[in-house]
Design a protein around this ligand. Structure first.
Ligand SMILES: NC(=O)c1ccc[n+]([C@@H]2O[C@H](COP(=O)([O-])OP(=O)(O)OC[C@H]3O[C@@H](n4cnc5c(N)ncnc54)[C@H](OP(=O)(O)O)[C@@H]3O)[C@@H](O)[C@H]2O)c1
Length: 339
């Protein structure tokens, strides 16, 4: 099989496509011939040495694939060789062949392309889980989402449209604002040229928002907390602020880490605030929950309520360009890799 290896932490030059022997499915697993696999921000951070959950390099990362089942392990029922599927894998997805436990493999609906199938699992599960399981999004809520033009951000905007009267505030570079509006964002905010917190306050008459979805981390978590009105909730789900630039910087990491707010239950109680954390990669043992949410998302896809926005499709040999596309903040929507 061929796979994209992170040979050591560093810039995009550390990526290499290598051949190795095909994996064999264990009991309860199927092997999938991968036709498309998603590239996520986490995997860019893994290459930079900033993602503690990633395997130690040299390694192959990749959380999600779409492809065709080509072998069944012992005791597999409900799936057949030749079936089109999408799957969540805990690493190893950036390869043309991968094994996955049957409980994290779902048949793809007819009409869903491999590219869109590979773009759905991580981004849409993260968005769905935050909005509907963790935050219990209700009619009329005000939602602030950062990195709004990225894969998760666009999934959040599309899912917010499935609830009436949601008002969304999305931060992204100005060049991406037309797309944000197309995706239903009520108030795109250019965080590069204006103070997003001041702008949200202005737009809400000083009241603030009900829900902040923050994958930036550090000082932004503090700012997000200050933007919550009573009964508001902050969902922390990433630490992109660690990753500015191509490589790891200890100084930048220290500055961001010291900016993390210190919270107490008293403070939460007094302000009627909730702080939640979401890490899909740590929900791997809750396949029941992931499956249920992924099935709900596929239903929403069938109804036309969600549709991945593909920024670009890159052959494995151009993985470095795909990583740069995200690292240089140029992507709008999902970056997909194809063998
Ligand atoms: N906890 C979880 O389970 C989970 C799951 C999936 C993703 N996440 C997190 O969610 C966030 C979004 O992920 P994604 O895959 O949707 O992102 P993505 O599609 O890769 O989005 C990248 C975009 O984010 C913006 N951005 C803001 N700060 C950035 C920075 N420091 N470096 C590079 N780009 C930055 C850039 O656009 P603009 O500059 O135009 O805004 C860039 O184009 C990440 O922090 C990721 O780790 C968490």
């Amino acid at each position: 099989m061929r796979a994209i290896w992170i040979t050591k932490p560093g810039g995009t030059e550390v990526l290499a496509v290598r051949e190795s022997t095909d994996p064999q499915p264990d009991r309860g697993e199927v092997r999938i011939t991968v036709r498309a696999t998603g590239l996520n921000f986490a995997e860019v951070m893994a290459r930079q040495g900033l993602y503690p959950d990633a395997p130690k390099p040299p390694c192959v990362v990749g959380y999600e694939v779409a492809g065709v089942v080509d072998a069944l392990g012992a005791e597999v029922t409900g799936l057949e060789v030749g079936q089109r599927v999408l799957a969540l894998v805990r690493f190893g997805g950036h390869a043309d062949s991968v094994c996955a436990p049957v409980e994290r493999v779902l048949p793809m609906p007819d009409g869903l392309s491999f590219t869109d199938g590979a773009a759905l699992p991580v981004n849409y599960l993260t968005a769905y889980h935050m909005l509907f399981r963790v935050a219990n999004l209700r009619r009329g809520a005000r939602v602030l989402v950062h990195m709004a033009a990225g894969g998760v951000g666009i999934a959040v905007l599309q899912l917010c449209r499935t609830v009436p009267d949601i008002v969304t505030f999305g931060t992204a570079s100005a060049a991406k604002h037309d797309v944000l509006r197309e995706e239903g964002c009520t108030h795109p905010i250019d965080y590069r040229t204006e103070d997003y917190a001041a702008r949200v306050r202005e737009l809400t008459g000083g009241e603030g928002v009900d829900l902040v979805l923050d994958p930036l981390g550090g000082r932004d978590w503090k700012r997000g907390l200050r933007l919550l009105r009573p009964v508001g909730q902050l969902v922390a789900y990433g630490f992109a602020n660690l990753s500015t630039g191509e490589r790891r910087s200890i100084r930048r990491m220290a500055a961001q880490l010291t900016g993390v707010p210190v919270l107490t239950p008293f403070g939460m109680m007094d302000r009627n605030h909730t702080v939640s954390g979401v890490n899909l990669g740590h929900l791997w043992d809750r396949s029941d929950l992931l499956r249920e949410e992924l099935a709900a998302l596929l239903d929403l896809w069938r109804q036309g309520a969600v549709k991945p926005r593909i920024d670009g499709v890159y052959p494995f040999a151009e993985a470095a360009a795909a990583h740069r596309r995200i690292g240089e903040r140029r992507n709008i929507g999902k970056v997909v890799l194809v063998p």
